[in-house]
Design a protein. Structure first.
Length: 319
C-alpha cells in the first residue's frame, strides 16, 4: 500500500472519530471541564447520622452517633457494628468525584443510580448539614462507583464508597457481640452442663470452676492443660452470635451455662451465658446472658467450644 493511501485512511479514521464524538450527546462522554459545582467534601469527624435507603425494606437502615457510639435507630433500636459504621465514615473521608459520565436520564438504570435500583445515602454532619446521593454499581475498578446527586440528572464516577459496605441486610449492621472482655481480665470460669445418656435415658449434671491465681489456672488444686484453657479464653473474650432472635420463644431445658468473673475499671463483673437447644434444628442453639435482654443464635460447634467437661482440662486424664 502506498504511503499516500495509508495517510489518507488514517486521516479518514481520525475525522470519523472526531465527528462521532461531537455528534454524541454532551453528557454521554466523559467531561473534562471543572467539577467545582459537585466538589463534595465530608468532614468525617463531624458525621453524626447515616441513612441508607433501598427498595428492599430489609436493606434500609439509619445509624446515629449516640454518646460516642453508633446505634441503629431504624428500623430497630440496637447497637451498630462499629466496623461497618467506620467503613462508611472512612469512605466519606476519601469521597471524590472524578468525572461526568452521562446526563441522559435514560442511562441512570444502566449505572444503577435510578430511584428503583440505586442506593440512596444521606450523610448528616454536626450543625444539620445533609448530603444525599444515589450510589450505583461499581465502576471499571473496585475503587470506583457511579453516583448521582439527589434531584440531579448527572451521573458521575466517584471514589470512596463501595457497594459491599452499603448494601447489607439490617441484621448485618447490628453488633453481633454477646460477650466481650480482655482475656487477661478473666479470673474465674464456672461451667455447668447436663450430659444425656440416650440408652439409659438418664441426665448427668456436672459443674466445675476454674480459678486463675497470680500466674496459673487451676481446678481446685489440680493443674490444667493451658492449651485448652487458652482456647476457651479466646472464645469467651470475643463471643459473637451468628444471628439474632427477635421473636417470642419458649426455651426447652437448659443445655448448660458458663459464668465468667472478670476485672473491670468498675470492679469485679460477673456475667452468665446460658445455652438452650433449638428443637427444630439440632445444629443451632439459643443463647441468653444475664446482662442483655436480647436472645442470640449460635452454632452447635460454637457451643461445643464453650461447654466443656472437667476432664477436658485436667492434665492427668488427658488422652
Amino acid at each position: 500500500m502506498k504511503k499516500s493511501n495509508l495517510l489518507l485512511i488514517i486521516a479518514f479514521v481520525v475525522l470519523f472519530a472526531i465527528t462521532l464524538l461531537y455528534l454524541m450527546p454532551r453528557g454521554e462522554r466523559e467531561a473534562t471541564y471543572s467539577l467545582d459545582k459537585v466538589n463534595i467534601k465530608f468532614d468525617s469527624a463531624a458525621i453524626t447520622k447515616i441513612e441508607i435507603k433501598r427498595n428492599e425494606s430489609d436493606k434500609s437502615v439509619s445509624l446515629e452517633l449516640v454518646d460516642s457510639k453508633w446505634k441503629i435507630t431504624s428500623p430497630i433500636n440496637y447497637l451498630a457494628d462499629a466496623s461497618s459504621a467506620q467503613r462508611i465514615i472512612d469512605g466519606a473521608a476519601k469521597f471524590k468525584i472524578s468525572s461526568l459520565i452521562s446526563n441522559n436520564p435514560g442511562k441512570q438504570k444502566q449505572f444503577q443510580v435510578d430511584d428503583s435500583s440505586g442506593t440512596q445515602v444521606t450523610i448528616t454532619e454536626k450543625g444539620g448539614k445533609s448530603t444525599t446521593m444515589i450510589l450505583g454499581k461499581t465502576g471499571a475498578t473496585y475503587s470506583e462507583i457511579y453516583v448521582r446527586m439527589q434531584k440531579s440528572m448527572d451521573v458521575y464516577l466517584a471514589e470512596g464508597f463501595d457497594s459491599y459496605s452499603l448494601n447489607k441486610n439490617v441484621k448485618d449492621w447490628r453488633d453481633r457481640t454477646i460477650y466481650k472482655t480482655e482475656r487477661d481480665s478473666i479470673k474465674v470460669i464456672t461451667i455447668s452442663s447436663v450430659a444425656k445418656d440416650e440408652k439409659k435415658k438418664t441426665l448427668t449434671p456436672e459443674e466445675f470452676t476454674m480459678v486463675k491465681d497470680s500466674a496459673n489456672w487451676k481446678i481446685e488444686n489440680d493443674s490444667v492443660d493451658m492449651n485448652n484453657v487458652n482456647s476457651l479464653l479466646g472464645a469467651l473474650s470475643n463471643f459473637r452470635c451468628d444471628d439474632f432472635v427477635d421473636s417470642n420463644i419458649t426455651f426447652s431445658e437448659i443445655l448448660g451455662s458458663v459464668k465468667v468473673k472478670s476485672n473491670s475499671p468498675a470492679g469485679i463483673e460477673e456475667t452468665a451465658l446460658m445455652f438452650y437447644p433449638m428443637e427444630n434444628d439440632s445444629m443451632k442453639y439459643y443463647v441468653r446472658t444475664s446482662s442483655l435482654s436480647q436472645v442470640f443464635q449460635v452454632s452447635k460447634w460454637t457451643v461445643q467450644n464453650l461447654i466443656k467437661k472437667r476432664s477436658d482440662f485436667l492434665i492427668e486424664v488427658k488422652k
